[in-house]
Every structure is written in C-alpha cells, then in structure tokens.
Design a protein around this ligand. Sequence first.
Ligand code: DTR
Ligand code: CA
Ligand code: ZN
Ligand code: ZN
Length: 448
Amino acid sequence: MRLSRVVGPALPRALRRTTAGVAALAAAGLLATVAPSALAAPSAPAPALAAPDLPLANVKAHLSQFQSIASANGGNRAHGRPGYKASIDYVKGKLDAAGFTTTVQQFTSGGATGYNLIADWPGGDTTKTLMAGAHLDSVSSGPGVNDNGSGSAGVLETALAVSRAQLKPAKHLRFAWWGAEELGMVGSRHYVNNLPSTERSKVSGYLNFDMIGSPNPGYFVYDDDPTIEKTFKDYYAGLNVPTEIETDGDGRSDHAPFKNVGIPVGGLFSGAERAKSSAQAQKWGGTAGQAFDRCYHSSCDTTSNVNDTALDRNSDAIAHAVWTLATDTPVPPGDVYENTTDVAIPDNGAAVTSTVDVTGRTGNAPAALKVDVDIRHTWRGDVVVDLLAPDGTAYRLKNSSGNDSADNVIASYTVNASAETANGAWKLRVQDVASQDTGYINSWKLTF
Ligand code: DTR
Ligand code: CA
Ligand code: ZN
Ligand code: ZN
C-alpha cells in the first residue's frame, strides 16, 4: 500500500493509514541536515545524541531567584513592574555568561514598556531555526513561580545545558522569554508580527512551556504538530508515564501566535485551574477533585507551589525535545492506522467495538504502541475501554470510575504490545457500565 499522508477523500474516510512522508517532514523543516563528517556512514543516520539530565537543583535555583526578585519588588514580576525587568536581567545575565547572543526586544502595552528576551546559540543552519520559549511575566497578584517561572526556568536550564555541552546542532537554536503573556500573549504576538515573512519561514518549530511544575500535576502534551507531539510522547513512554493531549490550550499561551502563521508548534503543560479527575489521579497520583494548581494566578504561587517530580521530568523533556529536533534526524511520526466511523455506545449495555486493519507490517507490534482514543461521552466514569489485539488479547486502557463526572475520553495510551503480531484486526472495545449518560466512539488510532 502506498504510504501517504492523510489525503482525505483518496482513502476511505473510515479507515486511513498515514505516514507523514519525507516531504511533510521537510515542509515542517524538521529534517535535520547533518554535516557529512558527523555521519557514521553515508547511509547510517546520525547517531542520536542523548540529551543531558538537567539537574533539578539548577532549575529550582532559578525559581528561587524569581521568588527573591518578586519579594524584592512588590510581590510580583508582572508586565510594567520592576520585578519583570529584574527577571529579564537575571535570565539575560546567565545567557550572556554562557555564550549566547542575546537581544532585548521592547514593546508597549497598557502604557508600559514590555520586554522580550531572545537568545541565539551561535551556529547551526539558520534557515532551519528551532525555537523554545516561555513567558517570563507573572500576574500582578503574585510571584508566578509555577506560572510561569517553571517554564522559564526549564527553558533557561536547557539553554545553559546546550552551552555546557557546546552543542553543534544541525539546526540553529533560538530561545525566548516573553513579556506580557498574561495580558494576552502580547510579547510573543509582537515578536511574530514583527518577524519578516522571510524570517518566519526559517522557524522550523516553536516549543512552548507554560506551567510545567504544577503542585497537583498532570502530564499534558500539546496536540499540534505530530512530530513534535511524538517527540514528547516518546520521551514519556520511555519513563512509563502516561500523557494526555492538551485539548484546551489552543489560544491560551505563546504558541498561538506562531501557530497562527503556520509554524509547527508543540509543548508541555502540567495543569492550571481545572480539577484533576479520579481517573487522572489513578494514573498520575495526586488529589482527585483538586485543581492541578490551586494557586493559579494567586499570591500563593510561590516556590512552595511546585511539584519537584513534574518540574524535573518536564525540564528533562524540554532538553530531550531540543536535542532530538535540532541535532538528529527527527523521529518519524510513525505509521498511523485510524478509524473515524462513529459507533454508538449503548447506555449500561453491551460492549461495542471499532476495528482497524493493520497490514503490510512484519513481526510483532512495538513495546510502546501508541493508542489515541476520542470517545465523546457525558460522565466518562461510566466507560470502560480496552484494546483487543488480533488474537483477542485484551489490554485495559481505562477502568470505570463512578465519580469521574467529566465528559469525554480524549486520551493517549502506551501499550506494551510486543507479544502481539502487528498485522491483523485490532479493535477498540468500549462499554458503558452504568445507567444514564451515553455517547459514541468518535475516532481512534494506532501509531506504530
Ligand atoms: N493561560 C496560561 C495558563 C494556561 C491555561 N491553560 C493552558 C493550556 C496550555 C498552556 C497554558 C495554559 C497562563 O495563565 O499563563
Ligand atoms: Ca532531571
Ligand atoms: Zn497565567
Ligand atoms: Zn502562564
């Protein structure tokens, strides 16, 4: 079967197998061009350079600085206030000392001067520039250690790790700390709007990190560019940490201006004001029914408002993504087998199934088989979800959880399917096991 990207009508709507082709990767500017000398052999891909494990203590030291800056400047680091400019000066000082070429871009918002900090790592192919950024401003009501000192510190420590490694990536690396995000992504919009279109086309991708250390954390991956998304998901699969796609992030942070001009985007998020469900607490730990960050936009968003494990994992994931997307042949998005036919789920009734036929593969399925489900169902606690391998072996993806009253199961699971042959009819089995509330399978897909 000719491999092709999602081509809509060319394939039966219900069943699509897609592989983002080389053209797609090139179009997204995510194909690394590695100098011939770096190749082990002309036909062998450049060896993947493993990203370093960022020392959590270093990341937390940046948070302590942000806290001290806020404490010394009226309790915040908000746009137009002295605490914000002091934050810019701190980050810039670290980067200048580490050999970056830094630029402070000024703009005006609400009658006050705002600042973006841009830091370029010398070298790399500037026609393929990978960017990573975070907003550095807080709200005026607090120091903004999680929102968004955490993202700022993770990006800063990644940049400092690039310097420590004296990395020579295929792509050019650019890091950014945005002003006035809390006023509506003002700084990042100013940057993108003032970037000439010739320069915009050179940005191969923008990675955004806004709240990555929430005290009651979730592990959310932006569901935008598939290659960037897969890079993050593979990282977490390696840690055996389940992730969910971030479904309400569109327009809510600094990736939006980049996405709006067609630049591939991705990112990570550990949650804000929404409550963690019981199903999420089962998979991630923490407290069900409590906000991911109950100090969101509050004065209590201090250094004690951070979960170290989430901050550590997400900071390391930033480094992994930068090393992978800028220094190596990018991870191909994989072969996708999808079924988008709606299947009604009877209330408190028999299980229903939706099938994808996997063909043309050899051997067994992978140890990290990705299963993305999109089930629309009110009171999702009613719903039990299994993956059935071609031989009928069942892999439980989601248990029922009576008090999970949230709607819809839109989630990504990783299954160790290495004992199963790859080819055959794989099924998603869904059953509603409690009366009232109904729904349907909207779509699901396997990525090999
Ligand atoms: N708006 C961001 C926090 C935020 C809320 N939902 C998302 C989703 C994805 C990224 C960020 C956010 C702020 O208050 O800075
Ligand atoms: Ca670490
Ligand atoms: Zn905020
Ligand atoms: Zn934020």
